[in-house]
Design a protein around this ligand. Structure first.
Ligand code: G6P
Length: 374
């Protein structure tokens, strides 16, 4: 078993480390020399993509968080309205769909019953279903009109890490492809983003090399007997906050919650006590500086109530460094792609905190890798 883990203590640690390669594999061969995205295996023509006037993303768990990130990207790059919904909710209501709706079903296993039922619900209404899955020949891809496979390799640990990053990569490809075939005015931006996407594996590797301070923070939280951790973010940092909190619930059995930072004042801020750790996902100070200013005020608000702020920010972000108690820097990246980098320290934080508490991080209690019942 030690050999299977490639020298790592756990599958989860091995899988976190495999992320740069998994993302690179998922991109490989899907962007040609001229910078066009080629998704031949998707079995949907350019015309099919041009006919789409609405996108619905359905998924569960971590895959749902990949979907939430994708909404920001698709709406920005293509101006096509995009909704994201938990599969278990989608299937029991009357979503408005038709032939020109693209339903994107994201499922690592391809076997999640809630997602499968949602796919059938969408197909009943004639929507076109494109699935993004890590498992070749699994049920959801088989029942979909088209499929784009992630190439994470087998993910053994129950808590998803490398599958999540490859789902993001695949979703970005779908979004950028939609933008390209529709010839939307963002052509320049799309090609710049593509270059950045290709550079992402190298940056993820850099993040992974420097995780020791995150582990140290996690061990401190465990030693202090931390009983809750809050995660805040805005824009794509919000789904990353949700994913960071999910990892901590899954692995450490701690009460962890992710919030849109703007919602703090509408309730969650009352959870903060002296010493409560708050992990803030801070957007780049470049470009969208308005968002950056907003999150700095949120950091000030929680600090004023005693929170201990751990910020995940872009390298060289001095403003955040001046306000947070601890900063973990990630390489510069376009905001929409930043989850590929900012999610990684949160995975490691949860793994280390859980390990310090003596949990089995590969096999957390009560959870299954693939949930094939409703
Ligand atoms: C289970 C797993 C999660 C996963 C979710 C959706 O809850 O423990 O890690 O995100 O199912 O799985 P799927 O295979 O559909 O992506």
């Amino acid at each position: 078993a030690a050999a299977e883990k490639g020298g790592f203590e756990t599958f989860m640690r091995k899988e976190i480390n495999e992320q740069p390669g998994a993302v690179a594999d998922t991109l490989r061969g899907r962007i040609d020399e001229t910078g066009q995205i080629v998704l031949d295996e998707v079995r949907m023509s350019d015309q099919d993509f041009r006919d789409i006037d609405k996108v619905f993303i359905i998924a569960c768990g971590t895959s749902y968080h990949a979907g939430l990130v994708t909404k920001y990207a698709i709406e920005h790059w293509t101006r096509i309205p995009c909704e994201v919904e938990l599969a278990s909710e989608f299937r029991y209501r009357d979503p408005v769909l038709d032939r020109s709706t693209l339903v994107v079903a994201i499922s690592q296993s391809g076997e999640t019953m809630d997602t499968l039922m949602a796919v059938r619900h969408a197909k009943d209404q004639k929507a076109r279903v494109l699935s993004i899955s890590n498992t070749v020949g699994s049920t959801i891809p088989r029942e979909s009109d088209a499929v784009l496979y992630t190439r994470a390799g087998i993910e053994v640990a129950v808590a998803s890490t490398k599958a999540f990053l490859t789902q993001l990569a695949a979703c970005y490809l779908v979004g950028l492809h939609l933008a390209q075939v529709r010839g939307i005015k963002y052509a320049d931006e799309v090609s710049a983003v593509l270059d950045e996407l290709v550079a992402a594996p190298g940056k993820i590797a850099k993040v992974i090399e420097n995780l020791e301070p995150v582990r140290e923070m996690a061990r401190q939280c465990a030693a202090l007997g931390t009983d809750r951790v809050l995660f805040i973010g805005r824009h794509v940092g919000y789904p990353v906050a949700l994913e960071g909190a999910l990892k901590l619930k899954e692995l450490a059995y701690l009460h962890a919650e992710g919030f849109a930072a703007g919602e703090l004042k509408h309730g969650p801020i009352s959870l903060i006590e002296d010493g409560t750790p708050v992990i803030a996902i801070v957007p780049s100070p470049r470009g969208r500086s308005l968002l950056h200013d907003k999150i700095i005020s949120n950091i000030q608000e929680v600090k004023a109530r005693g929170a201990k702020v751990i910020a995940i920010c872009e390298e060289g972000d001095r403003i955040t460094a001046a306000h947070a108690d601890f900063v973990f820097e990630t390489p510069a990246s376009p905001t929409l792609l930043s989850p590929l980098l900012t999610a990684v320290p949160l995975q490691e934080f949860a793994a280390e905190l859980a390990t310090a508490l003596g949990r089995d991080i590969d096999q957390p209690r009560n959870l299954a890798k693939s949930v094939t019942v409703e």
